[in-house]
Design a protein around this ligand. Structure first.
Ligand SMILES: Cc1cc2nc3c(=O)[nH]c(=O)nc-3n(C[C@H](O)[C@H](O)[C@H](O)COP(=O)(O)O)c2cc1C
Length: 379
């Protein structure tokens, strides 16, 4: 599990903590290399289920395109679009450059931006600069990131102090038990995360959102998290980046073959959103991500009841291909699709769009209903 500072400062660094910090940085850099090299590394698997959902096209929309309103809020702050850049990187030089480009694009487009886990700054404090995205995105919400499993052992005041230094508007607590199990150095004990997250949320100076990392948050866990103080849930479901497959590229032999068996693991994002809304999770607390790959996927997630929609892999690949310009271009494309789909569904506001009529396949309804059944005991 490694060593974490109980003090947020670089004095008194012990060798073990620094070594853990170096290992964190190398691992994050390797993840980034794997995720951007589409030709060599296959990191996506399964289906997010958005292809099982269609909008009811309105031949007479009775809507004027310039009237469309896409502005909303994120973590209580106004934003221009219901879209966010998911938590990704920091802790390596490459990660720092990626963060700068993402933050500049977020600022230009008026959308929120996340960052990768800040655990490394408590082990290797000089890399805090990699996470100071506020310099590049002063007018949009910026949110930090930390692992739920780390909250069990860390001094929460140290994390709050780091968050204050980064001037963030929120923090995402990530759940990634699948990935940890396939990291040779990963955590193996996942007891107590909900309780630690509840304690953390209670003292947090900014809102806490809890996210998965590509396998989805099942209804029972979502209920536990919402009851224990998480203000927002980002389902981060299956169908996009699969972190066991990312780890597979760093494994060999039987461990790699075991990872291969988890290609189809996880809860597809689209039916999961449908189930959580049907079970009564308030739309304003529900965020969507995981396998969102185009503008229409964003629209479908919104119409399934998510407040805002996040993407990770498409943005990191856009940075790699063309830096800040490619990211802003991609966001521009998503905006065009969103505005057009709102018109063609006869909706002017995001509130109307959240209840747009959807035509769903029987496969979608089967999965959604099974998830609703799985959550009935707690909701
Ligand atoms: C290069 C890369 C690094 C990531 N690092 C983090 C991280 O540090 N913390 C986290 O919560 N999620 C991390 N994620 C997971 C994403 O936030 C997201 O939940 C997941 O990739 C699924 O979304 P996607 O299918 O759009 O990629 C990372 C994703 C990528 C592609």
């Amino acid at each position: 599990m490694g060593t974490v500072s109980t003090k947020f400062d670089s004095s008194g660094d012990d060798g073990a903590r620094r070594a853990d910090g170096e290992a964190d940085g190398l691992r994050k850099a390797a993840h980034l290399d794997i995720c951007i090299d589409e030709k060599q590394f296959d990191v996506e698997s399964g289906s997010s289920g958005f292809e099982e959902v269609r909008f009811l096209h309105r031949a007479l929309p009775e809507v004027s395109e310039p009237d469309i309103r896409t502005a909303t809020d994120f973590l209580g702050h106004p934003v221009r679009l219901p879209l966010f850049i998911s938590s990704m990187t920091g802790g390596s030089d490459h990660g720092y450059n990626v963060n700068k480009e993402l933050a500049r694009a977020a600022q230009a487009c008026g959308i929120p931006v996340g960052m990768g886990s800040i655990r490394i700054i408590f082990r290797k404090p000089e890399v805090i600069e990699h996470f100071q995205l506020k310099r590049y995105a002063p007018d949009v919400p910026v949110f930090a990131n930390i692992g739920g499993v780390q909250l069990i052992e860390m001094d929460h005041n140290v994390v709050y102090e780091g968050m204050k230094r980064l001037e963030v508007q929120g923090i995402a607590v990530h759940l990634n038990p699948g990935q940890e199990l396939f990291q040779p150095e990963g955590d193996r004990d996942f007891r107590g995360i909900a309780e630690a997250t509840a304690r953390f949320a209670e003292g947090s100076p900014v809102p806490v959102l809890v996210k998965e990392t590509g396998f989805g948050i099942d209804p029972i866990s979502a209920h536990m998290l919402l009851e224990s103080g998480a203000q927002y849930i980002d389902v981060a479901g299956a169908g996009g980046t699969n972190w066991v497959q990312v780890e597979r590229h760093r494994l060999s032999g039987a461990a790699g073959e075991a990872a291969e068996e988890f290609r189809a693991w996880g809860i597809a994002t689209a039916p999961l959103l449908g189930a959580l809304r049907a079970l009564g999770v308030p739309g304003e607390r529900l965020l969507a991500s995981g396998g969102v790959r185009n503008g229409l996927d964003i629209c479908k997630a919104l119409a399934l009841g998510a407040h805002s929609v996040g993407l990770a892999l498409p943005f990191i690949r856009a940075v790699h291909a063309g830096g800040y310009e490619a990211v802003t271009e991609l966001i521009g494309r998503y905006e065009k699709v969103l505005r057009s789909a709102m018109v063609l569904s006869g909706c002017v506001t995001l509130g109307e769009f959240a209840t747009a009529t959807l035509l769903t396949s029987s496969a979608f309804r089967e999965q959604r209903d099974a998830l609703i059944d799985a959550g009935r005991t707690v909701f």
